[in-house]
Design a protein around this ligand. Sequence first.
Ligand code: SF4
Ligand code: SF4
Length: 434
Amino acid sequence: MNKLFANDSTMMEVIPLKTSEKDLSDKPAYERRFHVMAKPGGSKCNIDCQYCFYLHKEGLLHQPKQPQMDDETLERFIQSYIQSQDGDEVVFSWQGGEPTLLGIDYYRKIVALQKKYQPDGVTIQNDLQTNGILLNDEWCEFLKQNNFLVGLSIDGPAELHDKYRVTRSGKPTFHLVMKAVECLKKHGVPFNALTVVNRHNAKYLLEVYRFLTQELGATYVQFTPIVEPSNFKTTAPQFWSDSMLPKLGEELSKPGHPMSVVTDWSVDPDDWGHFLSVIFEEWVNNDLGRVLVNLFETAVAQTMGKPSQLCVTAEFCGKGLAIEHDGAVYSCDHYVYPEYQVGNVKDTELNKLVFSTCQEAFGMSKRESLPQYCKSCDHLNLCWGECPKNRLIRTPDGEVGLNYLCSGIKQFFDYSKPMLAGIAVLLQQNKINQ
Ligand code: SF4
Ligand code: SF4
């Protein structure tokens, strides 16, 4: 893997789960690696983003007012997470809700527990995904001292960021995030921009991209399209009523209609395709070798015949789970619904939950449930039907399981494929600065 396209700590080559010891015994160690998004403070947050996919878990999972993973469960999770993997690096990701609400001392405890169970020769890395509001000198000193990588949520310049990312009383938060950026820079804490692409900021693509890479100075940008089924607060993915799913191109398969299959703030699939295409061109012309964009990076890697580095564009999934404050483990961060709970770390080792037949089936179903329309698509090996949670529409001939973003994804790969192939050749010839 070229350094330019080396794994970020939040990424991992995505290969299928194998459940039996026999299958595991002759595989490279990294096949026993997996990732768990930890939510020790549950869904509790100090702001109220309109599009948040997680705030409603408080009601859905009957969380207490002040959810917090207790000491015993925390230790059990940390020990089991480290001991269930046998690579030379273990990556912890702390998220929520807003993980900084638990306070610095909680994270001091985490670091101490990690040291207690850290095997010789194994590196432990921590990521903190935050809205930045609580970050101050004390936090940044701690993050720097303990080599945390920060994922900072920011959706573009003020007028775009503040469209949805507001306080509970509806006040803007952009200025608070920029204070956090200053503080992170002052203390030399590395940070990535985590940018949600919604129906609004998708239309201001270059403003978003140039703000992140020029004004903010981010050299790693992770774009995530917002796709939320209109009933996402109550209905788990794949438990939708098939008869309600519109066909590709129908009015209800886009945001903005009162009966749309998605929320009003979900990105329009065609805007998503346009967003990616225009930013890809800008990236190729100005930032190749300087700025890492998650979706472009993995598209290049896949074009070079390497495994996807992102679950969403991989053939299989299932190796990115989530743990809630009460120790409950779910198949994926986007599948935190009772139907997808695989167990609880309080009574079962994590490796038994991750390398279980039910989790393996979850991961394999990403490929096995693809509609024929995807199986015969020219872009299948770059897309793999994208994330199953977004498979909200039907194909033109009525088969269920097509991705809501399909038209945009096609648009992007139709446009970028020749350039992706060109970049792959340049990388193979070492003609791009790394
Ligand atoms: S369900 Fe989606 S987000 Fe979850 S692991 Fe699979 S592809 Fe990734
Ligand atoms: S671009 Fe559309 S048809 Fe092709 S694999 Fe992706 S979701 Fe399926």
